[in-house]
Design a protein around this ligand. Structure first.
Ligand SMILES: Cc1ncc(C[n+]2csc(CCOP(=O)(O)OP(=O)(O)O)c2C)c(N)n1
Length: 317
């Protein structure tokens, strides 16, 4: 059982991790498009603690928080994002291609493509006869792809141990959800695939944890697939460099005022579990630790140019 205080700790690390990544954009240490999940920390932190190493998690282009929730080594992730040879994939993949086979954590920049991957993991668990669960996290843009529908239909037919967590931040780049979805919510589509469907406030870390934990437990017990839709808002542009003119300034400032870290902090204070000073102290401690981690990652080497084709071609013996 993870407490609100522990989940708040995850949220603080997640926020600081994303802020550290932002530092690599203007300096051109990060070359690919960087997508952060600032504002969506209650979802990442709500997922933490439910998955075992043998459970799989496939994520998206906005993937850092899911990796942290799965227990992927944060320094190795940061080093990968900063294109260092000490990175999770030797600096070859960068931010959109984080893979940790030991923890069955994978990502994809192809929208919707992670769901069939998770169905494959779920089918493999079924074939092995164990109780591992497969999780796919997708955005609201992914829910209108063929891959999403086909994968969920297959999971429904075979009652696979699959949980699809939809981070509905209302925008797929510049396309608002209501202009792209025939239904007002994703959760209500679940019955079409004989899945369990639920929709929660994704700024409330405990609501996310309750819904996600129940879905994982249901899948593990053989109860079949679930869709958990968590509503949220991305605080920054789609990627760093996005002019973000499709969302009004009024909308952005109103939604950024609902910061999930502040909401969790307020709950801790209201329940008498922490004082405002203790909250500030915790955030400062993590900020300092993250600054140290970033400085140490920056001192690492980049992969050698002559290794650029490693893993691309099969060596001829
Ligand atoms: C199959 C496919 N189509 C289009 C794109 C280009 N693209 C990248 S991210 C994105 C929007 C994704 O929106 P959403 O799924 O809501 O995730 P969010 O960025 O909001 O987290 C699109 C269309 C892509 N990467 N893959």
């Amino acid at each position: 059982m993870t407490t609100l205080s522990e989940r708040f700790g995850y949220m603080v690390w997640m926020r600081e991790f994303e802020l550290a990544c932002l530092e690599g954009v203007p300096t051109r240490e990060i070359h690919s498009e960087l997508h952060t999940a600032i504002g969506q920390e209650a979802i990442g932190a709500g997922m933490a603690g439910f998955l075992r190493a043998d459970d799989s998690l496939s994520s998206t282009h906005r993937n850092h928080l899911h990796g942290i929730a799965k227990g992927v080594n944060m320094r190795a992730m940061l080093a990968e994002i900063f294109e260092k040879e000490t990175g999770l994939c030797g600096g070859f993949g960068g931010h959109m291609h984080l893979f940790d086979p030991g923890l069955k954590f994978s990502t994809t920049g192809i929208v919707g493509a992670g769901v069939p991957v998770s169905v494959g993991h779920a089918l493999a668990a079924r074939a092995r006869g164990d109780d591992a669960v497969a999780v796919a996290v997708v955005g609201d843009g992914a829910v209108n792809t063929g891959a999403f529908h086909e994968a969920l239909n297959f999971a429904g037919v075979h009652r696979l141990p699959l949980v699809v967590l939809v981070e509905n931040n209302e925008w797929a780049i510049s396309v608002p959800f209501e202009k792209a979805s025939a239904t007002p919510t994703v959760a209500e589509r679940a019955s079409a695939w004989a899945c369990f469907g639920t929709r929660v406030d994704g700024t409330d870390v405990e609501a996310v944890a309750d819904a996600f934990g129940a879905a994982v437990e249901r899948a593990r017990r053989g109860g079949g697939p679930s869709i958990v839709e968590a509503t949220c808002y991305r605080f920054r542009g789609h990627f760093e460099g996005d002019a973000d003119t499709y969302r009004s300034e009024q909308e952005k400032s109103a939604r950024r005022a609902l910061d999930p870290l502040d909401i969790a902090a307020r709950a801790l204070i209201d329940r008498g579990e922490a004082s405002a000073e203790q909250i500030d102290q915790r955030r400062q401690t993590v900020r300092t630790a993250m600054a140290e981690m970033l400085a140490s990652v920056r001192a690492d080497q980049q992969p050698l140019p002559e290794k650029a084709l490693n893993h691309v071609f099969r060596p001829v013996s």
